[in-house]
Design a protein around this ligand. Structure first.
Ligand code: AOF
Ligand code: ZN
Length: 396
């Protein structure tokens, strides 16, 4: 049990609330990217001891997979010690009967006296109702504590709830001469080991990674998180593959039973309009048959094939959000990056610039430090070994 002393002065209350909310936010970060369609929420239950000191009686985070919710976990841990205590929670407690009963009911039944929250839940089943029910039960409710930090911690969930699409981060590794690779050369190493390790931790925190078929075929990447102890945190891998070109022998397909692979492909072209006896129609039928066989072969290996127009990034993002994907990490190549940027659907750019020179035959990067798309502002920079990392964010 950790103990912390505070001035009894009422003016120190805000400071105390901010202190415990910061602790709840740190706890929430533990399961970011691991709670499925549910946000990772942190919860601390703090009781005042007779000596006026705060004592933590429970700390919890939304469980892996999204349930139980943080508050019910914390209340279970606290037991009778929750009575009269203050509950710090990073998101408004839920008021709906979903896959689990409402957290507000559990908080009321436990007899807590105060609930301090960072962010109001935009889920239409909750949104303000959680606060109202707690207040009706005579519980003091304080909202908006460390709200900016809370919004940042829940950014992917909030984006999905408010805009119906995932938060999109575009990662690019660019050589000193502004290239992302070399035509026909497969994977060309651009960044060093520290930058690559950083990319793998981002993979672990994302719900899904997306690449284009060109990159999937040329590079034959695995796209998993291989940091020791974090291998189980690899996200879903998505390939935009209009013509179903991903080889059954690729590393992605070979590992599809361990880490899910989704192929997004175009709808089958309509077979109307042409004369069914024409050469065009016969060729189209042959193409359809070959495609159906490739699809069956991929599905037999455990790959999920989804039909959505790969040239319409907005539609694709809506499809992904409906499947519970709240954070998407785009890893290549140039065409996919350019398409998402042009559609205004990139929220953050993680740009690595390496000292290595690619030279002749290079594939030009759609973004470099000298050519940052309009609307993005630099939010952080650092060196990782020899490579420079610049993070850019789109102003909301
Ligand atoms: C909480 N605490 O830890 C989380 C909450 O499908 P269900 O029943 O699990 O409900 C999902 C919704 O619950 C989700 O959209 C969000 O509103 C809320 N998530 N709420 O009280 C938690 N993860
Ligand atoms: Zn809940």
């Amino acid at each position: 049990m950790s103990v912390m002393a505070f001035d009894s002065d009422a003016g120190r209350m805000a400071e105390r609330d901010a202190h415990w909310m910061a602790a709840a936010l740190r706890r929430a970060a533990r399961n970011t990217g691991r709670t499925g369609a549910n946000p990772s929420v942190g919860c601390f239950i703090v009781a005042s001891g007779a000596d006026g000191r705060d004592a933590v009686v429970a700390r919890a985070v939304t469980a892996v997979g999204g349930r139980p919710h943080a508050e019910t976990e914390a209340l279970d841990m606290a037991g009778e010690r929750a009575r009269g205590a203050t509950v710090y929670v990073t998101l408004e407690p839920c008021s709906h009967h979903g896959k689990t009963p409402p957290c507000v009911n559990a908080l009321i039944a436990a007899g807590v006296s105060r609930v301090v929250v960072s962010v109001t839940d935009p889920d239409p089943r909750v949104s303000g109702r959680g606060f109202a029910l707690l207040r009706q039960a005579g519980i003091e409710v304080v909202t908006g504590v460390l709200e900016e930090e809370g919004e940042r911690a829940l950014d992917a969930y909030l984006r999905r709830q408010r805009q119906g699409r995932p938060l999109v981060t575009l990662k690019l590794a660019v050589s000193a001469d502004g290239m992302i690779g070399r035509l026909g050369d497969g994977q060309v190493p651009i960044t060093g080991p520290q930058a690559r390790a950083r990319v793998q931790t981002w993979r672990a925190r994302s719900d899904a990674i997306l690449i284009g078929a060109g990159t999937a075929v040329a590079d034959d990447p695995l796209l998993t998180c291989r940091i020791p102890g974090m291998q189980h945190r690899s996200p879903h891998r998505i390939v935009l593959d209009k013509r179903l070109e991903l080889p059954v022998a690729s590393k992605l397909v070979a590992t599809a039973r361990d880490v899910p692979v989704m192929i997004v492909t175009g709808k089958r072209p309509s077979d109307a309009e042409t004369d069914p006896r024409s050469a065009d129609a016969v060729a189209a039928l042959a193409r359809d048959a070959a495609r159906a066989m490739r699809r069956a072969a991929l599905e037999a290996e455990g790959v999920e094939v989804v039909e959505s127009d790969p040239d319409a990034p907005a539609t694709l993002l809506t499809t992904l959000a409906a499947r519970g994907i709240a954070s998407l990490f785009i890893e290549g190549g140039a065409r996919v990056a350019a398409d998402f940027l042009a559609a205004g659907l990139v929220d953050r750019i993680a740009l690595f610039t390496a000292p290595r020179v690619i030279g002749a035959g290079g594939i030009a990067a759609p973004v470099t430090r000298d050519h940052i798309p309009e609307g993005f502002a630099l939010s952080a920079s650092r060196m990782l070994g020899q490579d420079r990392l610049d993070l850019y964010e789109r102003a909301l």
